[in-house]
Design a protein around this ligand. Structure first.
Ligand code: PRX
Length: 644
C-alpha cells in the first residue's frame, strides 16, 4: 500500500514534475486534500519575491498536531510513534505509541495553558534529546505557540541573544543532558542566559540527569509537577483530549535561528500549512516511506533536520521515528549499527560528517552487526565525498539500499533536490533532480542564467530557485527587510540559496558548497563574521579574520588569523583563552580548529580584508595566491606564509 501521492516510477516522477509546474495550484491542492483541515483554503498560492510575500492555502485553518497525531489514533493508536534510545545503551528504552503521544502532548499543552502561554507567544526550548522535547514542541504547536528550539551546544550568550530577538517569555529546559560520557548542565546555562533578562516569565524544567539546579521562586517550575497537575485537571474534566487550536494556514509554526554572512543569526520563520505539506510530501517521496517502516534520523531536534525528519515529516505520515539521545561514538563507534539492529531500522538518515568519522574507526565496529533491516539510506547537511558515499553504500547498505543525497536548508523547510529512493537514479555525490514544484536555476554574478557548458558538459553557477514551494521561509523574525536582503535581493525575482552548484546534461545537480561567508562545519552552519565577532570579544585581540579549510572529517574546519596586542603569559595560553571566549560567546561548535597569530592581515587600499588569499593559505597553498598587487602591504602575505 502506498500513499496516494507517492511517486512510484521514474516516468511518474517526470509527469508529476511537469504537472507541478504547469498546474501548480491543481497539483498541490490535490495533495492538500489528503490532510485534516478545520477549514479549506480559498486560494492555493499567492506570491511575489520582491516583498517577499508568499501565501499558500490562504483562508484555510488547521492544526499540524491533528495531522501528526489525532488522525492516526483510529488505526495506529498502538503503533510506536517514537522509539527513544537513551544515551546509555543499558538504560531502559521508551516506546511512545500514537495513543501515548496524544495523551502526553495534550497534557503538556494543558501545562502551557496553565502557565499562561497563548497562541502566538514565543517559547524557547533548550533540552536534550528526550521524548519530552517532542512533547514540548508538539504541545506548543497544539496551542499555537511559536516554538524556537535552540541546540544544546549553544552558549548562554547565544541563548540570551535569541531570547531577546524572539521576545520570548517562556522557556522549557532540562536540568541537564547526557551526550556520550558528558553531562551538560542545561538549566545552569539558561540561568546564565537569564541574568538581567526581564521578559521571561516562566521556566519549565524537566528532570533528566538529576544535576542539582537552582529553582527561582515565581519563575521556575518542575515539568513533573506541572504534568501531574494537568493530568488531574484533565481527569476531572473527563478526557485526556485538549483541543487543537485552529491556526491560519500562514500562521507561524516555529522560529529556528541559523547563521548567515552577517554577525547575527537570523530567526527563520516557517508557516503551518505549507511546512506541514512539504515535510510530509518529501518524507514519503524521498525516502519512499512504506507503512510500518522504522525511520531513524540521527540529527538533533535543535537543527532543521530534526524538526522536519524526526518529528513533523514522519509523524504526519504515521511512521515510527527513532529518537536517539546520545552520540555515534559512545560507548563505541558501533552505536548507530546497534540501534539499527535493535529496532530493525529500515530508513537511516545521517550526515556525511558522521559517516566519515565512523569510517575512520575501520571495520571492527561493524563486526557482528547485521544491518539486514536497512532498505534506504540518506545523507544531508553538506556535500558528500565519493569515498564516504561508497563506504556507506558497501558497508552499511551492502549495495542493496538506495542512497538519497538530500540537498536543502533551514530556510527551505524540507528537501528540495534529491533522488527518490529506488525510483529516480542515484549518482554518487550528486543530489540529482529537483522535487516536484521546485525550479532550480544556475546564475552568474549578475543573475543571468548560465547555459554554457564546460568541456565536461557541466553548467556551473550560483543556485537559485525561481518559484515558491510550500515550505519556503516566510520571513526572518522581527525583521522582514533582512529576509528580503538576504534571500531575495541578490538576484531579481529569485530566491538565492547561497550555494554554488553544477548541473550535468541529464539535469542532475551537484551542490558544491557555500559561495558566501558561511562555513559548513560538521554539517552545521557558522558565519565567519559570527566567529570573528566572538574572537574579537577577547580582551587581547586587535583584529581577526576567519576562513574555512578542507577538513577530513568535519568537511570544513575553522581557520582564524588573529592579531593580538600582546600574549597573556604565552602564545599557547592566549590561544586557549581565545577558544574559551568563543565557547562563551557562541558555543563549543564554533571553536576554531586552527589559530595563527599574525601581525597584519592582507587588506586592499580601501581596507577590505582579502579573504581569497587567506582561504588559499589555509588550504595549504604557498604559491599561486593570485593577484596580490592591489594589497596595501604585500609583505603581510610573506609574513603569514612564514608563520603557517
Ligand atoms: O551548503 C548547503 C549545505 O548545507 C546548507 C544548509 O545548512 P542548514 O540550513 O544548516 O541545513 C542543513 C540541513 C538541511 C546548504 O546551503 N547542504 C545541505 N545539504 C546538502 C548540502 N550541501 C551539499 N549536499 C547536500 N545534500
Amino acid at each position: 500500500m502506498h500513499h496516494p501521492y507517492q511517486i512510484r516510477s521514474l516516468e511518474q516522477y517526470h509527469t508529476d514534475y511537469k504537472r507541478s509546474i504547469e498546474d501548480s495550484e491543481g497539483f498541490w491542492s490535490n495533495i492538500a486534500e489528503q490532510f485534516v483541515w478545520k477549514k479549506k483554503w480559498d486560494k492555493v498560492l499567492q506570491w511575489n519575491f520582491n516583498e517577499p510575500r508568499v501565501r499558500w492555502f490562504e483562508g484555510a485553518q488547521l492544526n499540524i498536531t491533528e495531522n501528526c497525531i489525532d488522525r492516526h489514533l483510529a488505526d495506529k493508536g498502538d503503533q510506536p510513534a517514537i522509539i527513544w534510545e537513551p544515551n546509555d545503551p543499558s538504560d531502559r528504552t521508551r516506546v511512545v505509541t500514537y495513543n501515548i503521544l496524544h495523551k502526553r502532548v495534550c497534557q503538556f499543552a494543558q501545562v502551557l495553558i496553565n502557565n499562561g502561554v497563548k497562541k502566538g507567544d514565543r517559547v524557547c526550548i533548550y533540552m536534550g534529546m528526550v521524548p519530552e522535547l517532542a512533547y514540548a514542541v508538539l504541545g506548543c504547536a497544539r496551542i499555537g505557540a511559536i516554538h524556537s528550539v535552540i541546540f544544546g551546544g549553544f552558549s548562554a550568550q547565544s541563548i540570551a541573544d535569541r531570547l531577546a530577538d524572539a521576545k520570548a517569555e517562556f522557556i522549557i529546559t532540562c536540568d541537564g543532558a547526557y551526550r556520550g560520557a558528558k553531562d551538560i548542565p542545561l538549566k545552569s546555562v539558561i540561568d546564565d542566559a537569564l541574568v538581567g533578562n526581564t521578559t521571561v516569565k516562566r521556566v519549565i524544567v524537566y528532570t533528566r540527569t538529576r544535576t542539582p539546579v537552582s529553582m527561582i521562586k515565581g519563575r521556575d517550575v518542575w515539568w513533573e509537577e506541572e504534568m501531574e497537575h494537568a493530568a488531574l485537571q484533565l481527569e476531572q474534566a473527563g478526557s485526556v483530549h485538549v483541543p487543537a487550536v485552529a491556526m491560519e494556514a500562514e500562521d507561524p509554526l516555529f522560529i529556528l535561528y541559523t547563521s548567515g554572512s552577517t554577525g547575527k543569526p537570523k530567526g527563520v520563520v516557517h508557516s503551518s500549512a505549507g511546512y506541514m505539506l512539504w515535510t510530509n510530501y518529501t518524507f514519503i517521496n524521498v525516502f519512499q516511506y512504506q507503512p510500518g517502516q522504522v525511520h531513524f534520523c540521527t540529527a538533533d531536534i535543535g537543527w532543521i533536520t530534526g524538526h522536519s525528519y524526526i518529528l513533523y515529516g514522519p509523524l504526519s505520515a504515521g511512521a515510527t521515528s527513532v529518537m536517539f539521545e546520545g552520540i555515534p561514538t559512545w560507548p563505541d563507534a558501533g552505536r548507530f549499527w546497534d540501534i539499527v539492529d535493535k529496532y530493525k531500522v529500515n530508513i537511516l538518515y545521517t550526515a556525511p560528517t558522521a559517516i566519515r568519522s565512523l569510517m575512520g574507526f575501520g571495520m571492527q565496529p561493524l563486526e557482528g552487526k547485521e544491518l539486514s533491516s536497512l532498505q534506504v539510506l540518506g545523507t544531508v547537511g553538506e556535500p558528500i565525498n565519493e569515498e564516504a558515499w561508497h563506504w556507506y553504500d558497501e558497508h552499511i547498505g551492502k549495495k542493496r539500499c538506495p542512497i538519497v543525497d538530500t540537498w536543502w536548508q533551514t530556510e527551505t523547510g524540507g528537501v528540495l533536490i534529491s533522488n527518490l529512493a529506488g525510483i529516480t537514479p542515484a549518482k554518487a555525490a550528486w543530489a540529482t533532480l529537483p522535487l516536484p514544484g521546485v525550479q532550480p536555476m544556475l546564475v552568474d554574478e549578475n543573475g543571468k542564467q548560465v547555459t554554457e557548458r564546460d568541456e565536461q558538459g557541466l553548467i556551473k553557477g550560483n543556485l537559485c530557485i525561481k518559484t515558491p514551494w510550500p515550505s519556503i521561509l516566510r520571513t526572518t523574525y522581527g525583521d522582514h527587510e533582512r529576509c528580503r536582503q538576504n534571500y531575495f535581493a541578490t538576484y531579481e525575482n529569485l530566491y538565492f540559496t547561497g550555494d554554488g552548484a553544477l548541473q550535468d546534461e541529464q539535469g542532475n545537480f551537484r551542490i558544491t558548497g557555500r559561495v558566501d561567508d558561511v562555513l559548513n562545519v560538521s554539517g552545521h552552519r557558522i558565519g565567519t563574521a559570527e566567529v570573528e565577532n566572538a574572537i574579537n570579544a577577547h580582551a587581547g585581540v586587535v583584529e581577526s579574520a576567519v576562513v574555512g579549510y578542507p577538513h577530513d572529517i568535519k568537511g570544513q574546519g575553522i581557520y582564524a588569523y588573529v592579531i593580538v596586542s600582546h600574549f597573556h603569559q604565552d602564545a599557547e595560553q592566549t590561544r586557549k583563552d581565545i577558544l574559551q571566549t568563543v565557547t562563551r560567546v557562541i558555543g563549543p561548535i564554533a571553536k576554531p580548529d586552527k589559530i595563527q597569530f599574525v601581525s597584519g592581515l592582507p587588506k586592499t587600499r580601501s581596507g577590505k580584508i582579502m579573504r581569497r588569499i587567506l582561504r588559499k593559505i589555509a588550504e595549504g597553498e604557498t604559491s599561486n595566491l593570485g593577484d596580490t598587487t592591489t594589497l596595501l602591504d604585500p609583505g603581510v602575505v610573506e609574513e603569514i606564509l612564514k608563520g603557517v
